[in-house]
Design a protein around this ligand. Structure first.
Ligand code: FMN
Length: 479
């Protein structure tokens, strides 16, 4: 039987379901079941429970504190004084775009009201294992499995004892026994209960079972004059721990690697106010810097004049001319990987004017050009500080692959990223790029042509190749 994940539905459908379920005082899942039953029985309610769908609210939407994708949590609230903090926990989780469905134990209802919990979670709450409304299709199993994480806060000594021993005589313990999701417990109890040998045994057993604990903290107890370990962690600590468990771990394949990147054009002065430049925007090099940083590398970006914000977490050295760029590149060595994406001017003016050149009757000023230093070749041919992987860029307007292959041989680098920059492609200054990765593979020159991608995608793909090459010996360095 297929299962339906409500949070993956279109926003409009979700809004409709939420409004309709709120109106009928049912959970969203129950409302879906009712709609399906009515359809089958031919008693379909009109599809507009309210006269018109709500207009988008002008009220500020809750602040999203992390880049967490939508997720859902079943929150079990146990019967302890700290249950009041769970109201704040619901809010903290919802701020992180986590849907929260709450289960209250019988004892929990002595500390917080189902109405308060339901109002904060915008969902009906669950209290009873033998609730005919939700159990006609094993609701406790859905609560156990149709979520990404189960959080128990406060986790009472009693609930932990039941869990450690596999009891299932109420809704909370039945869910905890029937789940295959990760469980996060936030214990809260008197220090003597926490230190009791039975609780110690139960906690040790739960940890062996793979249950994750947050807290308890040390501090004042609700009971007058008592202090010690047993205070439930603060709502924000529990929400952060839940977020860590919900967010898929981000791989950091370049952790511990130092990556040097150049980007942008260079400006070669003619006189104090004029210069020779090119159309490079620096977007590709900046995207590579951001992708390498996200992959865990320490990144130094040497950039020519560009109109871009420095990528977060990257050390940026701003330069103007090719000679300044080379100077900063040499200063940044040693590096594990060097990527030369800058469009460095091949020539500069030999006789740079100290003052602004003036129009004279003698005609045009004679502009003598001399070659700039070749940064890629200089670094590729270093005897001592050559980075183990040196990658150059070949921006060509004709004979792309042939020119790039000969550049690979001539410069002595390991890979060339070749791209066609003829005006029709819109690559210079644009957001997309079509590249060919030229490398040496088992002694042969290999050409890997990638489809048209955004410059960010090219950057991510290139960083993924670099990460693989760190372990793949078939991508041989030139020297
Ligand atoms: C005022 C009061 C406060 C309590 N606080 C706690 C507590 O903080 N931690 C705990 O483990 N039990 C506490 N208890 C005991 C639990 O409420 C009791 O063990 C109950 O059976 C737990 O049920 P549950 O685990 O199903 O929620 C408290 C009891 C009372 C009367």
């Amino acid at each position: 039987m297929a299962s339906l994940t409500i949070r993956k539905l279109d926003d409009a459908v979700k809004t409709y379901l939420r409004l309709r379920s709120a109106k009928n005082r049912r959970s969203v899942e129950e409302e879906v079941r009712v709609i399906l039953r009515e359809l089958i029985e031919g008693r379909e309610e009109p599809l507009t429970p309210f006269s018109a769908p709500p207009a988008p609210s002008s009220a500020p939407t809750p602040q999203r504190t992390g880049a967490l994708p939508e997720a859902s949590v079943t929150l079990i609230i146990g019967g302890g004084i700290a249950a009041y903090k769970s109201l704040d926990l619901i809010r903290r989780l919802k701020e992180r775009r986590v849907e929260v469905r709450c289960v209250l134990t019988k004892a929990a209802q002595q500390f917080v009201t189902p109405l308060a919990v339901s109002a904060l979670s915008h969902e009906r709450i669950y209290t009873d294992l033998f609730d005919p409304q939700s159990e006609f299709d094993a609701g406790h199993i859905r609560l156990a499995r149709d979520c990404d994480l189960i959080v128990v806060a406060p986790a009472t000594a009693d609930l932990m004892a039941k869990m450690a021993n596999g009891h299932a005589d109420d809704l909370a313990s039945a869910i905890l026994l029937a789940t295959n999701r990760k469980i996060l417990l936030a214990p809260a109890m008197n220090p003597l209960m926490w230190n009791n040998a039975a609780t110690r045994r139960n906690v040790a057993q739960l940890q062996r079972d793979g249950v994750v604990l947050i807290g308890p903290n040390s501090g004042e107890m609700a009971e007058a004059g008592e202090a010690g370990v047993g205070r439930m962690s603060e709502a924000i600590e529990i929400a952060n721990a839940a977020e860590r468990l919900l967010r898929p771990p981000v791989p950091k394949p370049l952790a511990g690697k130092r990556v040097l990147i150049t980007a942008g054009p260079t400006h070669e002065p003619i006189d104090p106010v004029r210069y020779i430049a090119n159309r490079s925007s620096g977007k590709q090099g900046f995207a590579i810097a951001a992708a390498a940083q996200a992959a865990g590398a320490e990144v130094i970006l040497v950039s020519g004049p560009v109109d871009l914000d420095d990528p977060a977490g990257v050390t940026v050295k701003h330069v103007e001319s090719a000679r300044q760029m080379l100077e900063q590149v040499q200063a940044a060595l040693p590096a594990d990987i060097a990527i030369f994406a800058a469009a460095v001017a091949d020539w500069r003016v030999a006789n740079e004017g100290e003052q602004k050149l003036k129009k004279t009757a003698a005609g045009m000023p004679p502009l003598q050009l001399v070659e700039n230093p070749d940064i890629l070749a200089t670094i590729s041919k270093l005897a001592d500080k050559r980075p183990p992987l040196v990658i150059g860029f070949a921006a060509e307007t004709e004979h792309l692959i042939d020119n790039a292959k000969s550049k690979l041989a001539r410069k002595g680098c390991d890979w060339i990223v070749a791209n066609d920059v003829s005006p029709a492609t819109g690559v210079m200054g644009g957001d997309r790029n079509t590249v060919h990765l030229i490398s040496r593979k088992s002694g042969e020159i290999a050409v890997d042509s990638w489809p048209v991608m955004t410059k960010e995608q090219v950057a991510i793909e290139l960083v993924a190749h670099i990460a693989r090459s760190v372990t793949d010996k078939s991508l041989e360095p030139a020297s």
